[in-house]
Design a protein around this ligand. Structure first.
Ligand code: NAG
Ligand code: NAG
Ligand code: NAG
Length: 253
């Protein structure tokens, strides 16, 4: 009896701690206030394997009810040496998401599909285009009706509890690229006869090395320097750039 009881307790605790759910109030495409950076085909073009620069910086996440997510980031990067000339970074990932038993959200990208474009127009003529593979843990989230805008609002909290910029519901159901693997590895692309250019040749995964060696990567699409200059001016005006994420990126810029 005692054994039965402890086994039952153990099992229920075990199943509770493994509980994974996909709450429906997250379903949709969310974007920060500028509403210009959005997931889907307007941000990343998988056929030509390139980014499409939004009109404004911002962040967007999409979630589906069956556990797929997509994210789009476009941010300015402060340039302490030359505040009027910040860099810019675009990042795109998709993969699987789940809500854990403790209310946190785990996002696991499809490693070969993520992309990052880093552009520092005053330091380098060309951007650096690489793969990007970053799992994410959000400690908690809230969906509420924004009292000012009257639309659903998503508050995400980073792994350490730091709140992110609020995002607002743009589309439900979400607007996303196909949720399957978009960029098969060079080997399988060759095997299936596709002529997609090999990203790893043009933009080595070990891009930090390139960065340090000042070898500009062959890159056709560079973030619009004029626009970033204006962003830099605006940030200078309000006392510095508040929002950028080297911690999340693991970059030292
Ligand atoms: C955000 O932009 C999309 C696409 O342009 C538009 O359909 C939507 O109404 C906008 N949402 C808000 C809250 O401005
Ligand atoms: C919540 O659960 C996730 C997944 O099991 C785990 O990685 C994370 O550390 C937990 N967070 C806390 C605060 O316990
Ligand atoms: C992607 O990131 C995960 C977690 O950091 C890591 O385990 C995995 O090896 C990475 N995959 C590739 C292809 O870099």
């Amino acid at each position: 009896m005692l054994l039965y009881y402890s086994l039952a307790t153990f099992l229920s605790v075990a199943s509770l701690s493994n509980a994974q759910t996909w709450p429906t109030n997250l379903i949709g495409t969310w974007s920060t206030k500028s509403n210009k950076t959005l997931t889907g085909p307007g941000f990343y073009d998988p056929l030509n394997d390139k980014f499409i620069e939004p009109d404004r910086t911002g962040i967007s996440y999409s979630f589906t009810s069956d556990g797929h997510y997509e994210e789009a980031y476009y941010r300015a990067i402060a340039n302490p040496q030359n505040p009027a000339c910040p860099g810019g970074i675009m990042q795109w990932q998709h993969g699987g998401w789940v809500m854990n038993a403790n209310g946190s959200l785990s996002l696991t990208p499809i490693a070969v599909d993520g992309r990052q474009l880093l552009s520092k127009p005053c330091d380098y003529e060309k951007g650096i285009y690489t793969r990007y593979n970053q799992s994410e843990l959000f400690k908690q989230y809230e969906v509420l009706t924004d009292p000012y805008h009257g639309i659903p609002r998503l508050n995400l909290y980073e792994f350490d509890g730091t709140p992110m910029q609020p995002m607002y519901l743009v589309y439900s159901p979400p607007e996303m690229l196909p949720t399957t693997t978009l960029n098969p590895t060079t080997a399988s692309a060759t095997a299936t006869g596709k002529s997609k250019r090999g990203l790893s040749q043009e933009a080595p995964i070990n891009w930090k090395l390139n960065f340090e060696q000042k070898q500009a990567v062959d890159m056709a699409h560079m973030i619009n320097a004029d626009r970033l200059w204006w962003i830099g001016l605006a940030f200078t005006g309000i006392g510095g750039l508040l929002y950028f994420g080297p911690r999340r990126l693991g970059l030292r810029l």
